[in-house]
Design a protein. Sequence first.
Length: 135
Amino acid sequence: MNAGSGSHREHQREFTLPVQRTNRRNRSLKDDDIVLAKLEDAGTDRKRVTTVDSSKIDEVLEVTTLTESDLYEIDESQYVRKADVDEEVKESRLQGLKDQLAGESPETDELQREIKDLEARVDELTSFSSASEVD
């Protein structure tokens, strides 16, 4: 037997959290000269948008045939976020592990502490906090 063959790491289970792929869309106004030229071509007086303000531009987009991509640089990206967690399934799996480990070896107490740590970590990872709570 290897020196490490009896370690508690052999009993660790891999926990996976459900995630969802989501799109994020950011937009920024194109160069002022391009935006103003497009607005003038569409019949909008330059004075109506003296400074290029995205809220004013959005109002103009609603009443003209201009498209959002005519005036905005649009950058879309994908990211992964945590999906909803089924609390019953999570608790059932953790309880099943606790039941399996109860009395199986002298390492049971250590494994039980490890499970409690994992439960706390899963709760931490699956709970949502406002930005002010995180800071």
